[in-house]
Design a protein around this ligand. Sequence first.
Ligand code: GLN
Ligand code: ZN
Length: 782
Amino acid sequence: MTSKSPAAAVRATVHGYPRQGQHRELKKAIEGYWKGRVTADALRDTAAELRRGNWRQLAEAGVHEVPTGDFSYYDHVLDTTVMVGAIPARHRAAVAADPSPSSRLRSSRGCPIDVYFAMARGTQEAAPLEMTKWFDTNYHYLVPELGPETVFTADSTKQVAELREALALGLTARPVLVGPVTYLLLSKPAPGVAADFDPLTLLDRLLPVYEEVLADLRAAGAAWVQLDEPALVQDRSPAVLNAAARAYRVLGTPADRPKLLVAAYFDRLGDALPVLAKAPVDGLALDFTGAAAANLGELAAVGGLPGKRLVAGVVNGRNVWINDFEKSLSTLGTLLGLADRVDVSSSCSLLHVPLDVTAERDIDPQIARWLAFARQKATEIVTLARGLERGTDTIAAELAANRAALASRAGSALTYDPAVRARAAAVTDADTRRSQPYAERAAAQRAQLRLPLLPTTTIGSFPQTTGLRTARADLRTGRIDSAAYEERIAAEIRDVIGFQEKAGIDVLVHGEPERNDMVQYFAERLAGYLATQHGWVQSYGTRYVRPPILAGDISRPEPMTARWTRYAQSLTDRPVKGMLTGPVTMLAWSFVRDDQSLGDTARQVALALRDEVNDLEAAGSSVIQVDEPALRETLPLRADGHAAYLAWATEAFRLTTAGVRPDTQIHTHMCYAEFGDILRAIDDLDADVISLEAARSHMQVAGELAGAGYPREVGPGVYDIHSPRVPSAQEVVALLRKGLEAIPAERLWVNPDCGLKTRGWPEVTTSLENLVAAAREIRAGL
Ligand code: GLN
Ligand code: ZN
């Protein structure tokens, strides 16, 4: 890297910041409000205090331009729905019917806060908006419902109020909005609207509303407004690209508008880059991290952004690792030649990372210096901006510290375990193949397991009762000792096994009472993973998760599950399924390393899990389930990345499971997914049995698998565990009949959609009894 000659003023900024506060004050205030314990005014004050705290934190770090409007009581896509007036009638009506005094708190002019929360959470009368993943992150947004009758009206109250708050602090502030094209592409047809309705057809109706909001923000003092268009980093048709061109031609036209910065992140812009580069907007914010680093070459290929501002996202907003300053400065140096003005930013909102590493007391300081959470990332951005503006010698100390921290990470025994490396390097194709083809294994398993037709089973967890959670908390605080805790777990397993025997279930589970979370439990037992105490990240609404950090080479110091599985098996003559989380899901729901490929990391995790699978078999398990609910969600955003991803993902699953005897039955489980585009990969897993979410889609997946010629056993879910509703035996019978149209009885299993951990015992008891009754009724008629 060369020391660049000083450039024009370079600003440091971010696209957004964690909303929750250091102690998740926002969660507490909102949940308190829902329970009637926190008043509307107190909630509003807490929210305003958190926003001010965030802006001060950013300003103190030296950030020149802070984002506004990124705060949310629940979700920024839902805020956009309010901003454009697309509130479904059912939610307005539900709250109008219940005029509680709390409706006084208005999130905005047209939307009382209770209507807002009704959209998010539903009411007795009105189902909530559907929730789905925000691109390939673990953040969930609320899906707007639109139709040909939708009338948009501008409501900029929230955006204007938050801008004014930041300006009142004397800060330079830039409102951040979800852009109109992304908003429509993320929407779906409202209930009752034809399924083939394309929300993008509403663009011309939506643009005047955005123009009005932009004018309001301008009047309130916004020099710049950011419009986020991450949907344009996915493969898009010429029609969508034309719509984007039209949108920004329209929004760019008015003379009295604020300057427009269009942001895209999570991948490269591809064909959308020339479209936005030519649009009459004033700047682009692009991601230059990970797969999106290809933006650099693509930007050069379109001749850069002459006359425009480029906000360069060189600090990764999705991982927890310190930046590589030299690499970023070299990228920034190249970018200086490609735009009129270059500013430095995070790749995306910092909403996806925890707030502050310095809050972590249990992470070894030698390792903590490899980590950067939101607060540290803001400081990195400021440092890079300074280096770019004034020359690298002005950040010599920071560069030296950065170089030393990166070197300590690369040379650490945590990140480089020769034994793990050697074992991973020695993996052969044969290690990833069962010793016999499926048909022969199936026969051996039938002989060994002697299950009835349409065998019944569950997905693994039974209700995580308050009793269990309290016992875990008591163990943590020392109120009970580990012997008392283990007796509590053993008692739960006895109950769960006893219940399943009595209910007549064929393949039992131990119920997972000892597991706090299906990823965290294993992360705590594998060498190479770190846990955080305060590393909360918003998953949706007031739900926050603390993903473990996959920091180093992965190995398994000792067996992780065999003991409780063996105990459960000792209580019954029926088979008890061993239960593990698969390698892809272990990566997807963690912060992964950025210093080796995902495939290499997955292989290490797979080898550790393979030992566990083999131990379970040796301990007497004849059925072992390896859950991969995240297989579909980790699929790269662009189709040209799918094949490589699916190759390493399916290989990791097979490496985990292929070491067992032919008569040991391997199950897998998936949920939260449209399976259509991974049917081939599901086959490549070579599992003997797969259970999938299917109750809500009326067994659609059974038909899809059959259509794709899937030859193995399938358990499409017949009990929707996302609702407390108890399905009747007749409903289950109907679903099974539907399943039998696609899958022959010899290959059909009967099971719920997913684990039962979020449900209560009374519903679970009746639901599973009905499920067994339904299976028996069908068997009797075969
Ligand atoms: N075995 C897990 C459970 O039952 C699976 C959970 C999941 O797929 N999300 O809880
Ligand atoms: Zn599931």
